[in-house]
Ligand binder design. Sequence first.
Ligand SMILES: *Cc1c(COP(=O)(O)O)cnc(C)c1O
Length: 342
Amino acid sequence: MSKPVDLRSDTVTRPGSAMRSAMANAFVGDDVLDEDPTVAELQREAAKCLGLETGLYVPSGSMANQIAILCHTRPGDDVLVGEGSHSYCYESAAGAVLAGVQFSVVGRGGHYSVDEAIAATKETDKYDHIPPTTLAMVENTHNRGGGKVMAPEPFAAIVDACHARDVKVHLDGARLFNAAVASGLEASAWAATADTVSICLSKGLGAPVGSVLCGSADVIRRAHRFRKMLGGGMRQAGIIAAGGLFALRNHVDALADDHRRARAMAEALSVLPGVKLDVASVQTNIVIFDVAGRPPAEVCGQLADDVLVLPFGPQSIRAVTHRDVNDAGVERAIAAFRRALG
Ligand SMILES: *Cc1c(COP(=O)(O)O)cnc(C)c1O
């Protein structure tokens, strides 16, 4: 039997032959000495499509977020995050360890409103009881929130309110292009007003390695030092940056196919008796469904010959579509779901 359809994450994609040949043919140099032309090109193009001044290529989305926290805060500061945000839940407490900040969780389900942001923003008092809020992080789309999109208007309202209070805003845009494609807008509709924005090239865009942190020349200058400090300065990184550049130029529009397939899968799942799922909650490429009282790990095990998915909390399973899964793959997954949960 053929290998199971892998819906564990959109990080499992592998570079195709056109991307590999772009990587093999990339012009490279020592990027620690600022001499890699392909890295420079990727940084320019990423910043341009976000409407920001410049960018910095980094090995991972986690490093991009951590550098952003280091740029915008001092030890002892308070940082606003949405519930389940990547920096708070999945970066091994790096914000506490490396930047020495505390996180305040705001809102429910991943996104938060401008009013919730204002209410959570803390100013220090004269007795120094209160850690000052200096950074708000917004994740769009929200990964744990099921790939949910925050529209540009509520994001802009958060940015304006934060800036009025001297609070910086970092947009964790690991999945920003999913939000853009789902909304029929450019990524710059969100990014242009943020202080820093990170985008991930190795999720839905399908490059093998890397993220780009973008912002003003001033903040990226400081980010450059923190990247060095964290050991993220790389030498002939153009080889991998070329994959990212290829993805940025050629793979954004196809995210719409991932979204269409996720929606089809959600519709098929939602009518199965063993499943609870609100189809309208599936806005991009992430499908989270409740397996109605059965242990999710058991269901995942039962599916594993045909489809790989992951337990997601005590009652749910997460399935993620991506460019290495076509319509036939989604059909096969749906048939397996029907057998296991119908
Ligand atoms: C995956 C992800 C990251 C981290 O990316 P890595 O490259 O795995 O470190 C950060 N933020 C969000 C929202 C993500 O989905």
